[in-house]
Design a protein around this ligand. Sequence first.
Ligand code: 6PG
Length: 258
Amino acid sequence: MPGPEVRVFEQPSDLATEAAEFLVWLSQQRLTHRSSFHVALSGGSTPTALYQRLATNYAMHVNWPQVEWYFGDERCVPADHPDSNYRMAHQALLGPLRVPADRIFPMDGGNPNPYKAAEQYEEIIRRRVPADASGWPRFDLILLGLGDDGHTASLFPGSPALKVHDRAVVATEASRGVRRRLTLTVPVLNHARTVLFLVTGAEKAAAVFHVLEDPRADPLDYPAKFVAPREGRLLWYLDRSAAGRLSGTRQQLVFDEE
Ligand code: 6PG
């Protein structure tokens, strides 16, 4: 299993542009021999700039109707709630890109029974996302963010969800913000073809260090450390601030590579 590919960008805007270029390239590659491209979107605020770029600068670069849009996690709020990840993605990307509703698969955050919502989403992704030889849904791309506490998706430090290995989606509790959540589990993340973390801001630097370079850090304390696709690519796109605690070799900025 190859290690993470870390790329450091001077500015968050450079990171968003490169992430858009990468997603477009990856979907074009995949769609040359597949009829669909299955991507799970990240919530939070970091990916907004990426989503806006895809919807504007790249609207003509991909046969978007061949893309199926899923979610890595969701807050248990209605779809029109300000805290809804679906709402953010629809405003920034799916609406402006005019994605038909039958290509969007949101988690049912508004369901008063999150456990039922998790079961329903599990059924959807197992039905629609092609499985690998081990029977796990294998997303073409999963976008993830990182909290300053090392959480990713809605997999929070110390959460029982971190020890789920027989389900693809679980209802869980967050230690901050909207408490009740739905999230993909570690096994699904680790069966993806490509996982791309997008992380910016100095407040994330300590968590980035513990996840990427601290051998003593326990994944139960820094859940993003569990993410290591068995047969897939793991990419970390960081801005210089978020990479501030990494060793010099990893401080190499992208434009230095070109
Ligand atoms: C969520 C996200 C979560 C997010 C991180 C980073 O539902 O909030 O899935 O994992 O990616 O908390 O959030 P920011 O991008 O807002 O810093």
